[in-house]
Design a protein around this ligand. Structure first.
Ligand SMILES: Nc1nc2c(ncn2[C@@H]2O[C@H](COP(=O)(O)OP(=O)(O)OP(=O)(O)O)[C@@H](O)[C@H]2O)c(=O)[nH]1
Ligand SMILES: [Mg+2]
Length: 369
């Protein structure tokens, strides 16, 4: 697919980094980028998001570059999307739909596929509803009488029914997962979840820790399914480690909702290892974004260790040697390592063992109150 990218600069200092991330998303969805148009705006235009002059320029460029699709790096309202599609006479895919598309491409397990389908249907249903209200005003007009209306209503009802079925099936899978989790927790094993921004290196670290063969790749959202392995860590005993789906800035809410079941694993962990791409210039923004999602899913209070990964990489301000850093209470708060070169893993294991002991002591205190 030949894609023209429309990138809107709303004055954020991180504009270029965000534009690069969007291009990576586009390539991850299989697009060949044949051109990019940058529009600078103080605020979005209600009808087209970009101004009419910019739109003309982009339409011209799309024709010259033989683009088959327009990728828009902001979330669009249904009306903006429709107006842009009319302007270009091409399909327009916004940021939310692009992320959904990549998830659809990558989903492998039955559960993952159901979750993505649910998110896509929910995304679609908001568009249908708005389209419906827009047409409703013309009720009775020429071409709007009879089956045309009921067709829309039927689509809406069918989507609603499908959404319900998917929700029920997912809830069933989730209950089974809960049973497995309770069986594990009775065994008094520490459960640890790897969380973090997409492409931070969670799967690479998971493989390094567990010697498993989880898929790790330089693409966004390489992992969609939670993978869990048991591993023995000196000082902590049997530990259950889970690799999870990555987060991204402005993660579509429909996706968070659909992936709640997968993220449950995170919510019920005893300890979170928040993996950070220490070499990314967007590091701090990405940390904040992950913290936001963790708060959204109710995981804000779980003890966590920040894992600064990729210390081998150039441009890493964290320094190139593995080390651990303690906070003002003397507990390990940050671990610097390279999952790829498998350096600094002992520091991480020591941190996990220490967290396990603290958790154990807390449990002891509670029991003795
Ligand atoms: N230089 C360097 N690259 C790394 C390191 N760890 C991971 N990578 C690379 O970063 C890219 C992403 O790694 P993954 O392990 O797939 O990242 P992830 O966090 O699981 O990503 P998603 O599943 O997409 O959320 C891959 O190309 C890895 O080889 C590291 O310590 N150093
Ligand atoms: Mg991964």
């Amino acid at each position: 697919m030949k894609a023209l990218i429309i990138s809107v600069d709303l004055g954020s200092p991180d504009f270029q980094a965000h534009a690069d991330e969007f291009a990576m998303l586009a390539r991850g969805a299989g697009a060949e980028i044949v051109g990019t148009v940058v529009a600078r705006r103080a605020r979005p235009d209600a009808a087209h998001f970009i101004g009419s002059g910019k739109l003309e320029e982009a339409v011209l460029l799309a024709g010259q570059a033989h683009a088959d699709i327009i990728l828009f790096d902001q979330p669009l309202t249904p009306a903006q999307q429709r107006n842009l599609e009319r302007g270009f006479n091409l399909r327009v895919v916004d940021r939310v739909a692009l992320i959904l598309d990549i998830f659809a491409l990558r989903a492998k397990s039955h559960e993952g596929k159901m979750q993505v389908e649910l998110a896509q249907l929910q995304h679609l249903s908001t568009r249908l509803t708005r389209l419906w209200t827009h047409l409703e005003r013309q009720r009775g007009g020429i071409g709007m009488r009879g089956p045309g209306e009921s067709q829309l209503e039927m689509d809406r009802r069918m989507i609603g029914a499908k959404v319900r079925v998917l929700r029920e099936r997912l809830a069933k899978v989730q209950r089974q997962r809960g049973t497995q989790r309770r069986a594990r927790s009775r065994g008094n094993t520490l459960s640890v979840s790897l969380v973090g921004y997409t492409n931070a290196g969670k799967s690479t670290l998971f493989n390094a820790l567990t010697r498993a063969g989880a898929y790790a790749a330089d693409q966004l959202f390489a992992t969609l399914d939670t993978t869990t392995r048991r591993v023995w860590i000196e000082g902590a005993g049997q530990v259950v480690v889970s690799d999870t789906v990555g987060f991204i800035r402005d993660l579509p809410p429909t996706l968070i909702a659909a992936f709640r079941a997968t993220l449950e694993e995170t919510v019920h962990a005893d300890l979170l290892l928040h993996v950070v791409d220490a070499a990314s210039p967007q590091r701090d923004e990405q940390i904040a974004e992950v913290d936001k999602v963790l708060a959204d899913i109710g995981a804000a209070d779980i003890p966590r260790i920040l894992v600064y990964n990729k210390i081998d990489a150039a441009g890493c301000g964290a320094g190139y040697e593995p080390r651990v850093e303690r906070n003002e209470h003397g507990t390990i708060a940050r671990v610097f390592l390279s999952a790829l070169e498998r350096r600094g893993l002992d520091g991480l294991r020591a941190a996990v063992a220490e967290a396990h002991q603290i958790a154990g002591n807390n449990a002891f205190h509670v029991e003795n109150l």
